[in-house]
Design a protein around this ligand. Structure first.
Ligand code: E4P
Length: 217
């Protein structure tokens, strides 16, 4: 499955028009970079994204305490049936994910950097787990290796939580995550479009078109 990791509506529409888009993830930094500020504007923006894409849309809570996360998560979940409440991997976050699970609200556990954190999130019943592979690579560790470890553990233990490879930087990350057992990748548009690129495709197409022109005038 393909999610786009952005709050930019034009990019969401462009990915959707390719016919390959299954969902969207956002985070507070992505919302801020689009200039979406203030509670009402943020809510409206999530609603607009849900109107564009018929699939899961992750909307992140800002609170870091249990009570605040539950209040925010309930409001977010009311925006649209496709909203997935994104919760950070902290102690109160795990508690909140357990509560959302018991109350039928889909969750995405974010800011995951270790297999241990992945076990906790799955035990709490998270719908999606977001290991940030690009940020792991940034500190010279092995992001794709982390996906592999989590996929192995989830398969041995029979956990239902879906692995959503996040912090994708390029097309290779997408291919390697798919190979390593990620159920979903969430990527910037540039990485999705990067999958198209191969010099032999360009050369082959140029040759086909020139042969056709020679033969047909
Ligand atoms: C995940 O859902 C996050 O929004 C995202 O993938 C973070 O990626 P970054 O490391 O490029 O900020």
């Amino acid at each position: 499955m393909f999610f786009i990791d952005t709050a930019n509506l034009d990019q969401i529409r462009e990915a959707k028009d390719l016919g390959i888009l299954d969902g969207v993830t956002t985070n507070p930094s992505l919302m801020a970079s689009e200039g979406i500020t203030g509670k009402d504007n943020v809510m409206r923006h999530y609603k607009t994204i849900c109107e564009i894409v018929n699939g899961p849309v992750s909307a992140e809570v800002i609170s870091t305490d249990f009570k605040g996360m539950i209040e925010e998560g309930k409001i977010l979940a009311d925006i649209d049936e496709n909203i997935v409440v994104k919760v950070p991997m902290i102690k109160d976050g795990i508690k909140a994910i357990s509560w959302f699970t018991e109350n039928g609200i889909a969750t995405n556990c974010t800011l995951v950097f270790s297999a241990g954190q992945a076990i906790l999130a799955a035990k709490a019943g998270a719908t999606y787990l977001s290991p940030f592979i690009g940020r792991v690579d940034d500190i010279s560790w092995d992001g794709v290796g982390l996906i592999k470890d989590i996929a192995e553990i989830y398969s041995i233990q029979g956990y239902d939580t879906l692995i959503l490879a996040a912090s994708i930087r390029n097309a290779k990350h997408i291919v390697d995550s798919a190979k390593a057992g990620a159920d979903v990748v969430t990527c910037p548009l540039s990485a999705i479009l990067g999958l198209l690129k191969h010099p032999l495709t360009d050369m082959g197409l140029a040759q086909f078109l020139s042969d056709h022109k020679k033969a047909n005038g």
